[in-house]
Design a protein around this ligand. Structure first.
Ligand SMILES: NC(=O)c1ccc[n+]([C@@H]2O[C@H](COP(=O)([O-])OP(=O)(O)OC[C@H]3O[C@@H](n4cnc5c(N)ncnc54)[C@H](OP(=O)(O)O)[C@@H]3O)[C@@H](O)[C@H]2O)c1
Length: 340
């Protein structure tokens, strides 16, 4: 039987964004019994996409090239597996697809039913595609891990980024007092998202602010992770999505004891800083989850959270889009629109 083809943006090897990405005609994917085939209407990028292209994770995750890119999708259900119960052909859905089925920069995408959710009824495809990976990251970090609660003080680094713009809004919804960092151009934007206090990092360091926090949400890593403990209350929590791996996550990733030992040596500044003030440190790696996406969808429908899109590119221009994101100064999300 002749295979039906589709266009997909593919990584051909590790390297520079403008050298290793190309559009290829590949087979339209097929689904198994608990999967959904989505006709892509929009997709979005996350820093993970360009970090993988750069080869940042090549020692821990092997890739067979060519490989698709992109993890966030919104679109129309084209086909459902025989055991799919929660969705029907024609539904508008969105998903952070599982790593096995990456990528979403393609005309059709496969997702496990358990990773799919109906789109928020008040949002369009572009807005919905901006949510899954960043939204689930924030939800899992602040609700499941930090257990952020009413009246607590939280410091969120990079409030203007894809993650930060959602973190500010979810923290306010949870009743926390939010301080965030950003540069001058974005100060008004993060205030409008609900930040109670904004530190313009080009003019002042959060270290000089004399404020102590119950929770620091570290979206920057490096020295920011270590410095988080200098502004944390006794017994406070640092949740990082960009710093050094903690042992819990290293074990979840199946890393062997030797690698975990090396990682624990690398993270010893953090462990020391945490134990001095009896604080906790968690590095958190998000995972796809259709049920939690549904919880988020309700918050978007009630407008407790609004999507923040920096820019929309056409599928044709999707290489320029990831190049832009990789500069590290996006204001919200970078979204790709697919042709009808
Ligand atoms: N562990 C996980 O599961 C997970 C999940 C999602 C994301 N992440 C990681 O989390 C990080 C953030 O993701 P993202 O999607 O939010 O990235 P992003 O959208 O690319 O972040 C860009 C934002 O960062 C701000 N920024 C850059 N340097 C800053 C600084 N020194 N201080 C304050 N703000 C600064 C920029 O603001 P200015 O232009 O004003 O500088 C810009 O608005 C990435 O490293 C990503 O890989 C991890």
């Amino acid at each position: 039987m002749k295979k039906i083809k589709m266009t997909s943006l593919m990584m051909t090897k590790y390297g520079g964004i403008n050298e290793v990405l190309e559009f290829q005609e590949i087979s339209k994917p097929t689904i198994s019994s608990k999967q959904i085939l989505i006709k892509t209407k929009a997709a979005s990028y996350n820093p993970l996409d360009y970090k993988i292209i750069r080869g940042d994770f090549k020692s821990v995750r092997k890739i067979d090239f060519p490989k698709g890119i992109g993890r966030d999708v919104s679109g129309i259900v084209e086909d459902i597996g025989t055991d799919v119960e929660g969705f029907k052909i024609g539904d508008n859905v969105f998903s952070r697809i599982s790593e096995e089925y990456v990528g979403t920069m393609a005309e059709y995408v496969v997702s496990n039913e358990s990773d799919v959710c109906l789109m928020p009824s008040n949002l369009n495809f572009l807005e919905s595609a901006s949510i899954p990976l960043a939204g689930l990251t924030v939800y899992q970090s602040l609700v499941d891990i930090a257990k952020l609660s009413v009246g607590e003080n939280i410091l969120i680094y990079a409030g203007s980024g894809g993650v930060g713009t959602i973190a500010i809004q979810l923290s306010k919804y949870l009743g926390a007092n939010v301080t965030t960092t950003t540069s001058t151009n974005n100060v008004d934007m993060v205030k409008n998202l609900g930040a109670d206090k904004v530190i313009d990092y080009t003019k002042q360091s959060f270290l000089d602010d004399n404020e102590k926090y119950d929770v620091v949400y570290d979206t920057l890593g490096g020295q920011h992770t270590v410095d988080s403990f200098k502004v944390l209350k006794e017994n406070g929590r640092v949740v990082s999505i960009a710093g050094d791996l903690d042992d819990i996550t290293a074990e979840q990733l199946g890393l062997n004891k030797f690698i975990r030992f090396i990682l624990s040596m690398k993270a010893r500044k953090i462990t020391k800083a945490a134990s001095k003030i009896n604080a906790s440190y968690r590095f958190y790696l998000m995972s796809p989850n259709g049920n939690q996406l549904n919880e988020l969808a309700k918050l978007y429908e009630k407008e407790f959270i609004k999507p923040v899109i920096d820019n929309t590119y056409t599928f044709e221009d999707s290489i320029a889009a990831i190049d832009y994101l990789s500069k590290g100064h996006a204001r919200g999300k970078v979204v790709i629109e697919f042709p009808d």
